[in-house]
Design a binder for this molecule. Sequence first.
Ligand code: CP
Ligand code: NVA
Length: 306
Amino acid sequence: MKRDFLSFKDWNRDDLDSIFKRAIELKNMQRKGVVYHPLTGKALAMIFEKSSTRTRVSFEVGMFQLGGHAIFMSPRETQIGRGEPVKDTARVLSRYVNGIMIRTFSQEVVEELAGYATVPVINGLTDLLHPCQIMADLLTVIEKMGTYEGLKMAWIGDGNNMANSWIEAAGKLGFDLTLACPKGYTPDPLILGDAHKITTGKIRLTSDPFEAAKDGDVINTDVWASMGQEDEKKQRQVAFKGYQVNTELMKVAQKDAIVLHCLPAHRGEEITEEVIEGPNSMVWDQAENRLHVQKAIMEKLMGGNK
Ligand code: CP
Ligand code: NVA
């Protein structure tokens, strides 16, 4: 039976750990110039209803490096933008390609696509979740800290798609996560409730960024206004004032804490130039790890042997 990667819901800790392990192997192989083509003759359709730099390039290059081919589909040039039903697109694409990656607004669209597709579907970001990014973030944590176990993770800022996926991951993997979000911008309550039910760690919500960052091993943030929230930019700049990863905040974290940001970053808003360009910032490794972790996901879902 096909498997999808839509959220952390259907994935257990062993699955996720095996992807991290495989991603490290694939990264080492790529570094050594090993040619490895488990997806020869296979294709990935990539549907983008929102902008992207990292997701598009890392999936496209990832498919190329695995011996397959990726097809970029935007609503402007396809029938998706003219209202062809998702369930029809799902069944037609399944006749051509071996996997579908989709970035769109609603998580329901992704679930519907996966329900009708007979090939694996990968969530490349919705308003609700961004699971591939959190896989890359955790891979970066594992590389830098050796493990995610026993670490204190902090989330500073919006309770958005990134925050929700971090919560889902904390639920499954059991690390401590404290999120500092302003009132009115807290994460999805259902996701938080579900994670609380299964986690062996502590997931806490506060409105104080310093409380979240205190003794933190990983300090994580994201933009104040996500894609699709451009109209709220002004009011969000007021609401999020003080929710900034800056030198003062970093003083309360562990000295060797790592700073993560999924990018694109708005310097001077959620993070300062000094911190993002400073020694604790791992954002470039984090961005690179999208490639390696997604290769491991595609290999697992799309017919590699591992
Ligand atoms: N972090 C991330 O998903 O970046 P893009 O929007 O550039 O794909
Ligand atoms: N929260 C951001 C993440 C971008 C990668 C957004 O949805 O725009």
